[in-house]
Ligand binder design. Structure first.
Ligand code: ZN
Ligand code: ZN
Length: 251
């Protein structure tokens, strides 16, 4: 499993693109986890084959997690994509994607020469997509958000989307090889958001020892980075890090 951090930023960060993860499975399937405002430009820096992406995961319906979809689909059309694209998310995912497409490029959806295959998944459900096992749990956020666990053989990845850990996400992340978690602040002062301190504790309790902290508040990243580095460098028993856009991790 190969994981590329296309973006690691929060919605308003001018320096860091919106958090989005490109995952390639061992059998060569390609998944994009979230597609916010800034993500298509990052994705197409890497993409030369319009049919490469197999599936798109949308954790929740805030703009920094799905407002990039119209541009992604438009650019695939322009590049001559023919392969169907799976779009996986909460029960309303099809309506949301069609609505955002209609606003961004009215009537354009009808021109797509490739199919969109919408797959619904609810909190606590599981399914198999292209030999990857997907399981979800609800994380605590200002709108319903799916935390995701992906399993391929012995390898496992947890991606929080946005939010603060819950009992359900703790169980979901148990023993994962890599946890990618939203950490908006240093400590848990903002309801519905994760924190650096909270994520370190979460990983210890989940027995998941490798932690990528993403979606940091831009001001926190700018002004409290030294403190964050001390916290993660001294987190005993954990390999916690702050990925940069373009970084690749192999599991
Ligand atoms: Zn967000
Ligand atoms: Zn959000």
């Amino acid at each position: 499993m190969e994981i590329t951090f296309l973006g690691v930023g929060e919605a308003c960060d001018c320096s860091y693109p919106n958090t989005s993860i490109l995952l390639k499975s061992d059998i060569g399937r390609s998944f994009l986890l979230d597609c916010g405002f800034t993500v298509p430009h990052e994705y197409f820096r890497f993409c030369t084959d319009p049919d490469e992406l197999d599936a798109l995961w949308i954790s929740h319906f805030h703009g920094d997690h799905f407002f990039g979809v119209p541009l992604l689909l438009l650019r695939f059309w322009e590049m001559g994509r023919i392969k169907p694209l799976q779009i996986i998310g909460q029960f309303c995912v099809e309506n949301k994607i069609q609505a955002v497409m209609d606003l961004a490029y009215p009537n354009f959806g009808k021109k797509l020469q490739y199919d969109l295959e919408f797959v619904n998944i609810d909190f606590g459900e599981s399914l198999v997509v292209s030999d990857l096992g997907l399981r979800t749990a609800e994380i605590s956020h200002s709108q319903p958000c799916l935390a995701l666990r992906l399993d391929e053989g012995e390898k496992s990845l947890f991606y929080s989307g946005d939010g603060r850990p819950t009992a359900a996400t703790l169980e979901l992340a148990h023993g994962c090889n890599l946890v990618i978690h939203e950490a908006f602040k240093l400590s848990d002062e903002v309801p519905g958001h994760g924190s650096v301190r909270g994520c370190l504790d979460f990983c210890r309790r989940a027995h998941a020892y490798r932690l990528a902290l993403v979606h940091l508040n831009r001001q926190v990243r700018r002004e409290e980075i030294d403190q964050i580095r001390v916290m993660i460098d001294t987190a005993s028993g954990l390999d916690a890090f702050l990925p940069e856009p373009g970084d690749v991790v192999k599991l």
